[in-house]
Write a protein that binds this ligand. Structure first.
Ligand code: HEC
Length: 172
């Protein structure tokens, strides 16, 4: 293959790639607007807003987590939750959103080390009678893709060890 052919093949690939990218963005947008996609690729809305760092309050500053070795965490609460969380009330009000940021490094200063958002939202009565109507999620902080949307991986600790404060575990 000579030079020009090689180049046009590359350009074709680039153009084709672009089209796939555009198609992907359209499909993603359609899913986001509709709220759901086909069952093979469900799109679940994160229960934490994208702007939580400007609209929520930091209620626990950066500290080492006893849950996972080597992880630094920081906890944020929305306006509905903040006062009740700080007063360690039980129960917290419906609509409370608590976000735990988990950083891989030794501080909470570098967002490139922010690996995951663990989130809990207090839903209306009846959402989960067994576990105080808490909705558990893990969200990718960059893509905002919901990685976990069930309590399965969360509930054993939060239910058993943290029942005194409505499933909140972080101490002073
Ligand atoms: C091994 C036990 C354990 C598991 C499993 C666990 N947590 Fe936690 N969680 C804790 C502890 C302990 C804390 C207190 C802070 C810390 O040390 O990380 C906490 C804190 C939190 C907080 C901050 C609110 C607060 O003050 O307690 C949120 C939000 C949270 N976890 C969400 C989740 C979600 C979502 C899952 C499942 C995907 C999960 N957790 C799984 C033990 C656990």
């Amino acid at each position: 293959m000579n030079g020009p052919d090689k180049n046009s093949a590359t350009i074709n690939r680039l153009i084709l790639g672009r089209h796939w990218l555009v198609a992907g963005v359209c499909i993603f947008a359609a899913c986001a607007i509709g709220g759901t996609c086909d069952s093979a690729n469900p799109t679940i809305d994160p229960i934490v807003p994208a702007d939580y760092r400007t609209t929520f309050t930091e209620v626990r500053n950066c500290r080492f987590s006893i849950e996972h070795d080597g992880v630094q965490i920081r906890v944020w609460a929305n306006d509905i939750a903040m006062a009740a969380y700080l007063a360690e009330e039980n129960p917290l009000p419906v609509g409370s959103i608590i976000v735990k940021e988990e950083f891989a490094g030794g501080t909470c200063d570098d967002d490139s080390e922010l690996n995951i958002l663990s989130v809990m939202r207090k839903e209306a009565a009846g959402f989960d009678n067994e576990d105080k109507d808490w909705h558990f999620q893990e969200v990718n902080p960059t893509s905002r893709v919901v990685i976990t949307n069930t309590k399965t991986d969360c509930i054993e600790c939060h239910r058993n060890d943290c029942s005194a404060r409505d499933y909140m575990c972080t101490v002073e």
